[in-house]
Design a protein around this ligand. Sequence first.
Ligand code: AMP
Ligand code: GLY
Length: 423
Amino acid sequence: MNILILGSGGREHTLAWKINQSKRLTKLFVAPGNAGTADIATNIPIGVNDFAAIKKAVIEHAINMVVVGPEDPLVNGVHDYFLKDSELRKVPVIGPQKAAAELEGSKEFAKEFMKRHNIPTASYASFTADSLYKGYAFLETLKAPYVLKADGLAAGKGVVILNNLDDAKKELKHMLVDAKFGEASATVVIEEFLSGIELSVFVLTDGVGYKVLPTAKDYKRIGEGDTGPNTGGMGAISPVPFADEALMDKILYRIVEPTIEGLKKDNLPYKGFIFIGLIKVGNEPKVIEYNVRLGDPETEVVVPRIKNDMIDIFDAVANEDLDGVELSIDERSASTVMLVSGGYPGTYNKGKEITGLKSIEDSLVFQAGTRIEDGKVLTNGGRVVAITSYGKDFEEALNTSYGNIEKIHFDGMNYRKDIGYDL
Ligand code: AMP
Ligand code: GLY
C-alpha cells in the first residue's frame, strides 16, 4: 500500500517510523513532513489544509490511505472532502468526519455531547457577547479559580485559568467583546475548576468497535515543577503508573463506552483516534477535553509500545473490522523528552544546526520542528526533537533519554529535566 501522512511534527515522524516497519507498505509519503520524515519517507511540500493539492498528490502517487495527524484539516472537513469526490471516495482517511471533529472544534459542542450522554465532566455554562452580563453573574456563583475556554480552535492557547473574580470578568470581556482569540472566542465556555492529576487515554475506533491504546501523561508547562506558560508538550510517559485497574474500569465504563455509543446515537461518523484528556478528582475520572487525533508528544510514547503492524490496524479501521484485531502492547514503559528552541513558547530563532542526532543508538529520535539544508538538519520550530526510550519503568526509560540528550546540541537548546517528577 502507498500511504500519505498529513502533518509535520513529532507525532507524524513517529507514525511514519511505525508505518515504515509494516510488511504491507510500498511507499510512504508525508505532507509536509520534516527532516526526520525525509529520512524514511518522501516529503511532499503541501499544507495540511490545501485539500486540492492533497487530492493532486493522492492521484499522482496512487495513495491507498491517508492518515491525518493534526486537528485542523479534520475540523475543516478533509475526510468529507474525500467522501464527496468521485476520484477520492475509495481512499480511506484515518480521522473523523467534520461533524464528529467538532468534539475538538467546539468546546460547547463537546460539553453538550458529554451532558447528553452522561459522561462525567466539569459543570459549565456558555456565553456570547450578547450574554456578557449573564456571564459575569455566572462567574459570581463560582469559587476561584475560574476556568474560561474559547469555544473554537485557538492553537492550544484558548484556556485561561484565573484566581481573581475581577480578572475573570475582564478576561471574559476580552475574549467575547474584544475577540481575543478571534472567531474562536465568539463563544466562551466557563467551567467549574477541577482539582486533581491529569492523564490521557487514547482510543481508536472504526465507528463500530474500539480499542483502548496505552495511557500517557504529558507535561505541558515550559518550566520545571509545572511552572510557566503552557507549551504543546515538553515530554510524556506511558503507561501512567496511577492508572490502575480500578481507575481504568471507571474510565472504560463511564467514559469510553458512552463516548463510542454517543457517537453512534448522534450519527457522528468516526474512524480514527479519540484523545480523551482526563483528570482524576479524588478517585473519580472526569473529562477535561476531547481531541480528535493523537497527542503530541504522547504519540512518541504510545505508538512505540504498539507491537502490531500499523497498516493492519488502520486497514481494520477503514473496513470496520477493528473488533477482529488483537492489540499487542509492549510491557516496557516508554518516556520521551522534548528538546525545544530557546525562548519557546514565546519568540525563538530558527535555522540553528542540530548535531549529534545520528550518534544515538539506544533511544528513538523523533523530529518535530526540523528541516534539511545542504545536508544539515536545522531547527525549524519551537519543539524540535523528542528523545524516546524504553525501560522497565518510566524512570529507567527517562535515564536513557537524558543520557542521550547530552550528545545532541543546537544553539539555545532547552528541555525539562524533571519529566515524571510528580509520579
Ligand atoms: P485544554 O486545552 O482543554 O486541554 O485545557 C488546558 C489545560 O487547562 C488542561 O490540561 C488542564 O490542565 C486545564 N483545565 C482545563 N479545564 C479545566 C478544569 N475544568 N479544571 C481545572 N483545570 C482545567
Ligand atoms: N500534548 C497535548 C496535545 O497534543 O494536545
